[in-house]
Ligand binder design. Sequence first.
Ligand SMILES: [Zn+2]
Length: 103
Amino acid sequence: MEHISTTHPRASINHKCDFCLDIIPAKTVYVKSTYKYDGIYTWKSHNECSVLVTKLNMIEHCDESVTADDFLEFTKEWFDRRPFVIKKKTHFEQIKQILENKE
Ligand SMILES: [Zn+2]
């Protein structure tokens, strides 16, 4: 897999985050990466989800690409060890809560 580019555009319409699968609302700045792998594809995500992928070293553990399933597995394990995370919030709200609680 070859990384081609990463940009931080402002969403003109709602998108879906390819990591947490929640909505990236229109008008928010998100991460858009383009890769070459059996063709060209783009990967869109919340800034926060992208930060968490780096913070938890997911790429090292996932053999170069992190899928939504990998992301879910990592964050679930992370949430389970942190009782401050309120389970009824959306996945993305939990991620923001983790990032706000500096460790
Ligand atoms: Zn996300």
